[in-house]
Design a protein around this ligand. Structure first.
Ligand SMILES: Cc1cc2nc3c(=O)[nH]c(=O)nc-3n(C[C@H](O)[C@H](O)[C@H](O)COP(=O)(O)OP(=O)(O)OC[C@H]3O[C@@H](n4cnc5c(N)ncnc54)[C@H](O)[C@@H]3O)c2cc1C
Length: 458
């Protein structure tokens, strides 16, 4: 009898350099399964949901090219995976492991229901959790030593997709496009690999360009990495480190690994400050916090750089890294709102939203993470805006109501002369809000609250 394997895809939606797929496709025949969990799909905001469904259509395309197709089931994996495994008499079920508390618990329950362990690999990180350790055998709580070790750790060679015949899904099986109600334009590993190829032409300028949101200075690969359309190991190998820009880019993938490893050790990373004293901060609460949060969420804080970033997030599901830092810092340190509230909103809205990366970065901004921005570092939204969008090109793209202001005033409309406001068609309080807080005062209030909680002097 032919040995059939079931490859259960989750956030590794590709065939290239995919250890779980390679292991499954090394046998006599292989079936590819995705289980859509309605509650999870519902919890994802519109952009991540769309990206996911498109990526499923893309995976289906890759599998069709391999002669089969993707079996898409909707339901609870604890019921679905054993049923499908029994249906095709699978000798094994392969997966690429994940680190969140939710996915770890799910995999445990599925293995119990299957009455055998899942055949688990690591295909979503460069180095697996537990492989990059200090001399004492622990995960470094500071990034730079982690990074040094990470660089010294040999990267396993890429795996070739196996050659087993790929089973077609049962007739009548609904594909992701049908589930979304309208055809999802496939977005495949080929698209991700093409984007990586195009990135080769710009990556050498990464260190100079990466902080300027009006330029295309970064790779825009995070959503492809989030859903595993691109192997991070392949990205590291393809880019190399022979120029400073390339090394700078690869370093960011080490940050991505570090937050994944931290999450594996701290599955409550989205709920608990990794420096426990930060959970003593008396965050703003009640109507004041709600009003601030709503203004922030809708891009109506009166600080153009924050508002433009939040509108881009709502309108595209994306936001440049520099702007994520500025917008997150504004919520936490200007509005004194608990970082967890912002983390949840970002995660909901970001197409690349991911617990490990998002919570890890929010903890960094709030100062609560193990190797975070010092608590007294408060981004000034005006100087950041002037420095990283000097001509207001990014601001004009997202705040058309301010587009007529000059390059200086566009960062601080409240400081513009009435005549200049009038000639730009800006009516503060009507067409665009005045600042909801005074940055200097807000900074003092936040530092006082932090010091109170941390028991520190300035
Ligand atoms: C508050 C905040 C929240 C964030 N939330 C997420 C998130 O939910 N998902 C996510 O993938 N990234 C998140 N990031 C990290 C970073 O902003 C994005 O990965 C980056 O903007 C994606 O754009 P890019 O692909 O062009 O990145 P590039 O600059 O081209 O970087 C290459 C890759 O490295 C990784 N990377 C880059 N910066 C970071 C970083 N600071 N931390 C971890 N990995 C990084 C990403 O996978 C990225 O695609 C967040 C950052 C902040 C400050």
């Amino acid at each position: 009898m032919a040995a059939t394997a079931l490859a259960w895809f989750r956030r590794d939606l590709r065939l290239h350099d995919n250890p779980a797929w390679a292991a499954a496709a090394a046998g006599d025949e292989v079936a590819a399964l995705v289980v859509i969990e309605p509650a999870l799909l519902e919890a994802a905001g519109p952009w991540r949901r769309q990206a996911y469904l498109r990526a499923l259509a893309g995976l289906d395309q890759s599998l069709k090219e391999a002669g089969g197709g993707l079996r898409v089931e909707v339901g609870d994996p604890v019921e679905v995976v054993p049923r499908v495994a029994a249906d095709i008499s699978a000798a094994k079920v392969t997966v690429n492991a994940d680190v969140t508390r939710w996915s770890v618990a799910r995999d445990r329950r599925v293995a119990e229901a299957l009455q055998r362990p899942l055949d688990a690999y690591w295909g979503t990180v460069v180095h697996a959790p537990g492989l990059v350790l200090t001399a004492a055998g622990t995960l470094s709580r500071v990034f730079t030593p982690f990074y040094k070790r990470w660089l010294q750790t040999p990267i396993p060679g890429e795996v070739e997709p196996g050659s087993a015949p790929v089973l077609a899904p049962p007739p009548g099986m609904r594909l992701p496009d049908a589930l979304s109600g309208k055809p999802a334009e496939p977005w495949s590993e080929h698209d991700a690999l093409n984007r990586l190829d195009r990135w080769q032409e710009r990556v050498d300028g990464y260190n100079d360009d990466r902080d300027f949101p009006a330029t295309q200075g970064t790779s825009a690969l995070s959503t492809a990495l989030r859903f595993g359309l691109l192997s991070p190991r392949h990205a590291v190998a393809a880019i190399g480190a022979h120029t400073a820009g390339r090394a700078g880019f690869v370093r960011q993938l080490a940050w991505r690994d570090w937050y994944t490893h931290l999450t594996a050790e701290n599955p409550d990373i989205d709920r608990v400050s990794l420096r426990p004293e930060y959970d003593r901060i008396a965050w703003a609460s009640g109507a004041e916090a709600d009003a601030g949060f709503e203004a922030w969420r809708h891009g109506r804080t009166g600080y153009p750089i924050v508002d433009a970033a939040m509108r881009e997030l709502a309108g595209t599901g994306g936001m440049h890294n520099r702007l994520r830092m500025i917008a997150a810092s504004f919520l936490v340190k200007d509005l004194l709102i608990d970082w967890r509230r912002g983390e949840r909103w970002f995660r909901h809205m970001l197409a690349d939203g991911d617990i490990a990366q998002n919570a890890g970065n929010w903890q960094w901004v709030a100062g609560a993470g193990p190797d975070a921005a010092p608590y007294f570092r408060v981004f000034n939204p005006v100087s950041q805006s002037r420095k990283f969008d000097p001509a207001g090109r990014y601001l004009r793209r997202w705040l058309p109501e301010l587009a007529g202001l000059g390059d200086r005033d566009i960062h601080t409309p409240w400081e513009a002369r009435p005549l200049d406001l009038a000639s730009a068609g800006v009516d503060l309080g009507t067409t665009y809000p005045p600042p909801i807080v005074d940055h200097a005062e807000a900074r003092q209030r936040t530092l006082a609250a932090y010091k109170e909680a941390l028991g520190r002097n300035p």
